[in-house]
Design a protein around this ligand. Structure first.
Ligand code: FE
Length: 338
């Protein structure tokens, strides 16, 4: 672990000092970890002539690094997934506000803040094993707390940003008191202590270890599109339910980023953000990881997403998710959702 971090640092130092004064560069710190993003970045350089120096690491490591580098940080852009994580960077005062007519026009108001922008969306859905659970019993997030599901709910950690953001949405819709009651109800229904990631929950539901769980849509799409027959067979046993279609809609989260306060290449940084909101980038950005483009007019051709169908998405501003993140974590802690 230590040595790989050192290597990363050395690599960064080398690439960042290699740029000559007249060469336009963009220093990108990214917590996105999708191989398909390569084409997205190469295309930017092709279009603008701006070379991208990219550091990829886990978000906490990147945030710590940006903080340690302070005013001398070479980072221009921070990209990550999840509103709660962007909120954290924002709270630390790392972002600089970006004024861009293009970004304001392209990115819907509920998917941006003055300091950062969402570029793709993902939904958090309920998945169920049809042999163990009646799908009509789990049409809403609220149903996961129903006594009908005793011993049948599986979950990843309550500290994970995906669950924090889901709770943040529930706080906004039903209030803190009811949201906490809900969390306690879900904890009482656990089939086992929280563990693993979303894909582990999908596998456990398929195997019948759990009756229900929640998962981000791209993990489901990944299995639906998998070249391995065993992955696709897993999905035959899993029902996907769009929660809260009759009320506030299915919770969505984002992948996004913003320009950093100390950015040495601000012009390139704004260009890059604007590029990410363009048609080509939106397609790459979303389709590569089976997400939906933030720019609604951009069509998606993705069979797995089409297979999952249309749904009513929660229109809550993602900035609200960010704002409620701290309260959300406290509720999970009090409810014993470890
Ligand atoms: Fe993920």
């Amino acid at each position: 672990m230590k040595s790989s971090r050192l290597l990363l640092t050395l690599f960064a130092t080398c690439t960042f000092t290699a740029a000559t004064a007249q060469e336009k560069v963009l220093n990108l710190y990214s917590a996105r970890h999708y191989q398909t993003d390569e084409a997205l970045y190469a295309n930017f350089t092709k279009q603008t002539g701006i070379k991208i120096n990219r550091i990829e690491a886990k978000e906490d490591e990147l945030l710590e690094r940006i903080r340690n580098e302070g005013a001398n940080s070479p980072a221009d852009i921070f990209l990550t997934v999840d509103a709660a994580r962007l909120a954290k960077a924002d709270e630390l005062g790392l972002f600089a506000p970006v004024k861009s007519k293009l970004l304001e026009e392209r990115i819907p108001a509920n998917l941006r803040s003055p300091d950062w922008f969402a570029f793709s969306t993902r939904a958090r859905v309920i998945i169920a094993n049809r042999d163990l659970v009646k799908t009509e019993d789990v049409q809403n997030y609220e149903d996961l707390a129903s006594s009908k599901l005793r011993g049948k709910v599986c979950s990843r950690s309550g500290s994970h940003p995906y669950n924090i953001s889901l709770m943040a949405a529930l706080i906004a819709h039903i209030g803190e008191a009811k949201a906490e009651e809900w969390a306690r109800g879900v904890v009482a229904n656990f089939a086992r202590a929280p563990k693993g990631g979303d894909t582990d929950q999908i596998k456990s539901v398929a195997a019948g270890e759990c009756g229900v769980a929640v998962s981000n849509t791209y993990y489901l799409a990944r299995l639906l599109r998998s070249e391995k027959a065993e992955d696709r067979r897993l999905m035959e046993r899993v029902a996907i339910i769009w929660p809260n279609q009759k009320t506030y809609g299915t919770h969505i989260n984002i992948s996004g980023g913003g320009m950093l306060k100390a950015a040495p290449n601000k012009e390139s940084a704004v260009k890059f953000l604007e590029y990410l909101a363009g048609d080509d980038a939106q397609r790459y950005f979303a389709d590569g990881n089976n997400e939906w483009p933030a720019v609604a007019s951009v069509p998606v051709k993705n069979l797995a997403l089409e297979t999952m169908g249309n749904f009513k998405a929660d229109s809550l501003p993602v900035a609200t998710l960010a704002k409620n993140a701290v309260a959300a974590q406290r509720i999970y802690d009090r409810a014993g959702w470890k």
